[in-house]
Design a protein. Structure first.
Length: 253
């Protein structure tokens, strides 16, 4: 508010100075015109000379007043510029501080995500074998299949640190495919995730209709990426699943 006040004073002083200068110029023009109208009259010349001296003296006085006011304007302008510069520096500091706080908050959020606890697969399982798999593998199991796939994707997330999970049942090949992309931080818990995969496969042995289970996992930590795939298979519903393939690819890009 103080800056606006001072800018207002500067503008008012400038307008007054301009008005004074214009009025003095107009008055001088009137004198010049009057001098030309009666160039030969001696009495007029005397009066004119006297009036001219008075006006010139006032010109000098007004000139001093204008100089003083312009000096005040200059001082106020310097003050305003200095104040604006100080305010700008303060604003830049606040902006830098706000950006720093934003970076801190973002980092804290990432740290919270990175430190997200991946739960151990429960000993009693998650009830994967309790679904109505007979209907899923029946002739009219499409709707039941979609429902089970959605429920499985949600129930498995706490044990795989998954941000994106996809579960697919292939009825014709009696195969269950589970794909998930783990959130940042899950890579540090990769061993626990792999243990949970083993536990889930063990629980899935209770699903007599399944003979194959495939896992596709993507771990990411900063610039490091790692893909993991493994496949389990058994001859029939009464046998145990055996690990038949495993692939692990990573890079530090």
């Amino acid at each position: 508010m103080a800056i606006i006040y001072f800018i207002g004073i500067i503008l008012v002083l400038l307008v007054i100075n301009i008005a004074i200068i214009l009025s003095r110029i107009y008055l001088q023009d009137q004198l010049n015109y009057a001098k030309k109208t009666n160039p030969e009259s001696i009495s007029f010349q005397r009066k004119f000379s006297y009036i001219q001296q008075k006006i010139v003296a006032k010109h000098s006085t007004w000139l001093l007043i204008i100089s003083a006011s312009l000096t005040v304007c200059l001082i106020l302008m310097v003050f305003v510029i200095f104040q604006l510069s100080s305010d700008n520096q303060a604003a830049m500091k606040r902006l830098a501080k706000a950006e720093e706080e934003t970076v801190k908050l973002t980092q804290q959020q990432e740290d919270i995500i990175n430190q997200s606890v991946i739960q151990s697969y429960p000993q009693k399982g998650i009830g994967i074998a309790d679904y109505n798999w007979e209907e899923v593998f029946g002739e009219k199991g499409k709707e039941q299949q979609a429902s089970i796939e959605g429920e499985l994707s949600q129930s498995m997330a706490p044990y795989f640190g998954s941000t994106t999970a996809l579960t697919m049942v292939e009825v014709s090949s009696q195969k269950l495919t589970i794909a998930f992309a783990s959130n940042p931080g899950a890579k540090h818990n990769k061993k626990l995730v792999l243990d949970n995969i083993t536990a889930l496969v063990k629980e899935a042995e209770g699903i007599n209709q399944l003979t194959q289970i495939n896992f596709q996992a993507a771990f990411k930590e900063g610039e490091e990426k790692e893909d993991y795939q493994c496949s389990y298979q058994r001859e029939n519903g009464d046998a145990q699943f055996q690990l038949i393939s495993k692939e692990n690819e990573g890079n530090g890009e």
